[in-house]
Design a protein around this ligand. Structure first.
Ligand code: FAD
Length: 403
């Protein structure tokens, strides 16, 4: 058992992932950033090492591994390459875990086969006019006979253009136009007609991972592709979003892993760089910076591991929403600060494309935005602290929690 409570098996997995990260992934990271090309060669490495679909139950060909196992692999990859770490997040959490929790047998088999073959599924929630306020979405799934027809537009969809399996959230209308709530629908690119990638978003960082705008024009969903949680459409959105808590822990871990990599670089540089006739590591100003970076990193890691081990209420298979939100806030904000300080310790070289820190500083900036902004997650945490629904939500102000 390690000092952070990791079992021998977990430490073995961690060491194996760290070795692959260092020897195969790290040498590719700068080029992935420079070209912006999705790293299919790295996907093959992840696949052959069992890191794609590791949370998929054995019955569907996966390994039935835990959220914590996945977190350990994500952290190891993020130390070298953020894009690779994000592939591990999305090939084990998010859309695939939603299908595994709520899908039919057939849906689970099909989704598992895609991921185990190397697909990183896409989860499609955000729209140009519905970001934090996801329930304001206007993409419509209209019931026509026994099918649904989807029309609308999503943007900032990770994997837009390379993902095959898409989990699309849309407002459901029955044949008479009555609003049934928000539902989840599965579509497979190249099989479904009416799903088009209409733009690749130009991004500050994370450049090998395409962020796409998707347009749905009369996208037909057959009954076997409707992802219906046990509570049906009316309350199903909450179930579907509950699955997002695994992704949230994953995203926080990517940020933490980038920070861990940045701290390693800063430490090594502080020991090797001489100024005023001695290594800069001998200056107490930098020692205290490094110490603060370590404290923040350890706190983030502990909270993320705890969130990965936790389970939400009512028999949920997913991490606790409150702990997942707190962990993502802490880890994403701490990581931005740690990477920025590491860049400072590197001096001018930190600002150069010849060294990894400027890439890491661009990459890490995303994690207080995607997957629930730091502000919206604070709303979630505050509502738990106060036992109130807060006025910043679409439900408006209620003096006491209604449920
Ligand atoms: P807005 O909601 O417009 O927010 C603007 C600002 O207002 C933010 O600072 C926000 O915190 C603040 N704000 C909003 N509401 C409140 C409130 N109630 N209280 C306090 N402050 C508030 N989406 C997907 O569906 N699938 C993906 O795969 C995906 N991948 C992404 C990848 C990247 C790299 C990025 C950057 C985004 C991705 N997103 C994805 C979208 C992401 O989830 C949204 O950007 C996010 O939810 C915020 O929405 P918004 O950008 O429209 O900002």
């Amino acid at each position: 058992m390690s000092v952070l409570g990791l079992s021998d098996d977990e430490q073995d997995l961690q060491a194996r992932a760290a070795d692959i990260s260092r020897t195969i992934v790290r040498p590719r990271a700068a080029e992935i950033d420079r070209t912006g090309a999705y790293p299919w060669d790295i996907v093959d490495v992840l696949k052959s090492n069992g890191f794609m679909g590791m949370t998929i139950p054995r019955a569907y060909g996966g390994q039935g591994r835990s959220w914590l196992d996945t977190v350990l692999v994500i952290e190891a990859m993020a130390r070298s390459c953020t894009v690779t770490a994000r592939i591990v997040v999305e090939a084990n959490m998010g859309a695939i875990s939603t299908v595994m929790a709520y899908g039919t047998e057939d849906q689970k088999r099909r989704a598992a086969a895609l991921v185990l073959a190397g697909d990183k599924p896409a989860i499609c929630i955000t729209e140009p006019d519905a970001g934090s306020d996801a329930t304001g979405m206007t993409t419509i799934a209209r019931k026509v006979g026994n099918r649904f027809v989807i029309n609308g537009r999503k943007h900032w969809i990770t994997g837009g253009g390379i993902s095959r399996l898409h989990l699309i959230f849309a407002r459901v209308l029955d044949e008479s136009g009555d609003d049934l709530g928000i539902g989840g629908f599965l579509a497979i690119k190249d099989e479904a007609k009416g799903l088009t990638v209409t733009k690749r978003e130009p991004t500050m960082g994370l450049r090998g991972m395409p962020e796409g705008e998707l347009t749905f024009q009369d996208l037909e969903i057959t009954p076997d592709m409707v992802l219906l949680p046990p509570s049906g459409f009316r309350r199903g959105f909450a179930d579907l979003m509950n699955a997002y808590n695994s992704q949230r822990v994953g995203a926080g871990t990517v940020a933490m892993g980038i920070a861990a990599g940045a701290l390693d670089l800063a430490r090594d540089w502080a020991l090797q760089r001489d100024q005023f006739g001695r290594p800069i590591a001998e200056f107490q100003g930098l020692q205290w910076m490094l110490a603060d970076m370590q404290v923040q990193l350890t706190a983030s890691r502990l909270m993320l591991y705890a969130a990965a081990r936790s389970r939400g209420p009512n028999g949920s298979a997913f991490p606790d929403p409150d702990l997942a939100a707190q962990a993502k806030i802490l880890a994403s904000e701490a990581a931005i600060k740690i990477v920025n300080d590491a860049l400072q310790i590197y001096g001018a070289r930190g600002y150069s494309n010849d060294y990894p820190l400027e890439r890491m500083a661009r990459d890490v900036r995303m994690f207080t935005i995607g997957g629930g902004t730091a502000q919206v997650l604070r709303t979630l945490v505050a509502s738990k602290v106060l036992g109130m629904k807060l006025p910043q939500t679409r439900d408006g102000y209620l003096p006491r929690a209604a449920e």
